[in-house]
Ligand binder design. Structure first.
Ligand code: NAD
Length: 300
């Protein structure tokens, strides 16, 4: 590196703020942009899925809060969604299903259609990590993460598309016959040592999403991904729980704050609405600049 470049990097570093205030996201005015629509949000009993389920419901959609395991947290989400104080909020119900199990997924769609009449929006959010260095990663760890994060999204998308095509566009409800939002990750493009199963699953989601989007666009079905950076949820607790871990994390985030679940829920609500009607096949990054090669932020 030249001396001039080194001096330039040093000057930029000197100008960087080191004491930034904690961010409290302002409450947005909720508009009923999903009135009359029916949604399934997978893995909605915690984290990002929880915030998306509450956000869609507040915007007027009837929402299925899909969960696996204990039903109590999912019922809490149903309660939160249906007591949000928004005049135009929809209904919410909890349905247990493992998204990696074909029969449980088809049963979840059948029950949703019985309860709500149809499905207009699928949010493929359920996901998990099972991390290990490559040579210690078991086949079971590889298979489980691919089954939930990638196969689970395929199984749900397939059922959603069947229903969207059967029903077609519902005039007066939405300009499109259906919307699928895949919750991917910055790791659909950023390699992640020690997490090859997770990164492979999200890389797979990227081309699965784009291929489905291309295939179903003529039916007026939109398919997109949201790619979160580091969002404060249980899945990555170790990365933000202590101040040392948080400061370390900030080296990867030019915007110098962790993401909150509402950062994702707001985009999901808008993307599911007709305001985003011409967007399909897109990976939308919500990452405070994590994909901007932060190692180069001081000039490299
Ligand atoms: P989370 O652990 O709170 O949420 C994951 C949810 O998926 C949990 O509710 C879990 O019970 C559910 N789930 C797991 N296996 C399931 C299965 N087989 N069937 C149904 N549900 C299942 O973590 P989160 O951060 O909210 O993760 C949500 C999504 O966001 C995941 O796809 C994750 O990969 C993605 N994501 C998160 C971050 C982040 O920083 N938090 C970053 C990028 C991507």
């Amino acid at each position: 590196m030249s001396t001039a470049a080194t001096m330039n990097s040093a000057r930029i570093r000197d100008l960087m703020p080191d004491d930034l205030p904690e961010v409290v996201l302002p409450r947005c005015e909720v508009r009923p942009i999903l009135k009359g629509q029916k949604a399934i949000v997978t893995g909605a009993s915690s984290g990002i899925g929880r915030a998306i389920a509450v956000g869609l419901c507040a915007a007027g959609a009837d929402v299925v809060v899909n969960y696996i395991g204990d039903g109590a947290p999912a019922e809490e989400v149903v309660h939160e969604a249906t007591h949000c104080g928004c005049a135009s909020r929809g209904r919410a119900i909890a349905i247990r299903a493992d998204v990696s199990d074909e029969k449980q997924v088809t049963d979840m769609f059948r029950r949703t259609i019985e309860e709500f009449g149809t499905v207009d929006i699928l949010v493929n959010n359920a996901g998990m990590q099972q991390d290990a260095p490559l040579e210690q990663m078991t086949l079971a760890q590889w298979n489980r993460v691919i089954s939930v994060n990638l196969t689970g999204q395929f199984l749900c998308a397939r059922e959603a598309v069947k229903e969207f095509k059967r029903r077609g566009v519902r005039a007066g409800v939405s300009a499109s016959a259906g919307k699928i939002i895949c919750v991917s990750s910055v790791h659909e493009v950023i390699p992640w040592a020690g997490h090859v199963n997770y990164a492979a699953s999200k890389g797979g989601v990227m081309l699965m999403m784009k291929s489905i989007a291309q295939e179903v666009a003529p039916w007026r079905i939109r398919v997109n991904s949201i790619c979160p950076g580091a969002i404060r949820t249980p899945i990555n607790r170790a990365a933000w729980e202590t101040s040392d871990a948080y400061n370390d994390l900030m080296r990867l985030i030019p915007y110098k704050r962790i993401g909150e679940t509402d950062d994702i829920a707001r985009l999901a609500t808008w993307l599911a609405s007709d305001e985003a009607d011409y967007i399909t096949g897109a990976s939308l990054f919500v990452d405070g600049g994590m994909t901007l090669y932060p190692g180069f932020e001081a000039g490299g």
